[in-house]
Design a protein around this ligand. Structure first.
Ligand SMILES: [Zn+2]
Length: 285
């Protein structure tokens, strides 16, 4: 009887010991969702900044283009550093938010197809338009505004800013801005054609209240018409706060590669949990 009592005491002690052991596990905070988020944030060194480095496109390309793009990335990084509040390559966010941007519109063919696709997926984007094309395609711009897209300035005639004076650039920008204002658009966001400006031009733009916005991910749709390559350029380089460069006009084949790639890009990014925003939504002006 005594040994039975001893035995049960030992069992009680054992159970007590196990309970104490597990106490730590029971009371420790366990939130797998939160932990996963923290982990993925830490793994994204490109996030949370308005000047993430422009990523290198992961496709085969001519050596001279590769060199040109490398020089471009270096020059753009310098501008981001010099003008952290005026020259942006990405959006300052901790979250999986990205901005799709479409340059060189409006037209009545490709821009319309891009709008159709964005409408189907019910997501907003930003269109950097060429001033001299606005009057011919006003209805396209009105449709874009109605659908919640942002319309921004891409100069009057797509000049290369680094080849003209600051005064010439400002005249190009202001002429387009006046046209946009006629249509009720007040956003003061400017994307320099080809992505670069001189410090003198940036100072002049700053003085007039403009922000210069380039991109951190180049879809390369100006270089390749292969939709798979365009998809690859975006998906392999995407990051929280990415600004993605695409085109909605020009090109010798009406940007057929862009039109084919766009639905694949959007659905893949949605699956990855990305939210689509306009530039204006993410940067306080
Ligand atoms: Zn352009």
């Amino acid at each position: 009887m005594k040994s039975l009592h001893k035995m049960s005491m030992l069992i009680y002690l054992f159970i007590f010991f196990i309970l104490i052991q597990n106490m730590g596990n029971i009371t420790a905070p366990s939130n797998p969702v939160e932990l996963i988020e923290i982990k993925s944030d830490k793994q994204s060194p490109l996030a949370y900044t308005a000047s993430a480095p422009i990523t290198e496109p992961p496709i085969d390309m001519d050596e001279n283009i590769r060199t040109r793009l490398k020089n471009f990335r270096n020059e753009a990084a310098k501008l981001c550093q010099l003008y952290p509040k005026s020259f942006f390559s990405s959006l300052p966010t901790y979250n999986k938010k990205i901005a799709l941007t479409f340059d060189d519109g409006p037209d009545s063919h490709t821009t319309v197809k891009v709008l159709d696709i964005l409408e189907y997926y019910n997501i907003p984007a930003t269109f950097f338009v060429i001033g001299q094309n606005i009057d011919k395609h006003r209805e396209v711009i009105y449709r874009a505004i109605k659908n919640g897209h942002e319309i921004a300035n891409h100069s009057w005639s797509h000049i290369r800013p680094t080849s003209v004076s600051a005064a010439e650039l400002i005249s190009e920008v202001e002429k387009t801005q006046a046209k946009l204002q006629e249509m009720g658009i007040t956003t003061k966001v400017f994307r320099p054609p080809y992505g670069l400006i001189t410090p003198q031009q940036m100072e002049a733009l700053k003085g007039l209240g403009y922000k210069a916005i380039i991109w951190s991910v180049d879809s390369m749709d100006w270089y390749t018409t292969n939709p798979q390559e365009i998809v690859q350029c975006v998906l392999s380089n995407v990051h929280p706060g990415a600004i993605i460069l695409m085109h909605c006009a020009g090109g010798h084949d009406n940007r057929s590669g862009t039109i084919e790639a766009l639905p694949l890009i959007i659905s893949a990014l949605k699956k990855e949990g990305y939210e689509f925003v306009t530039i204006q939504e993410m940067i306080n002006f």
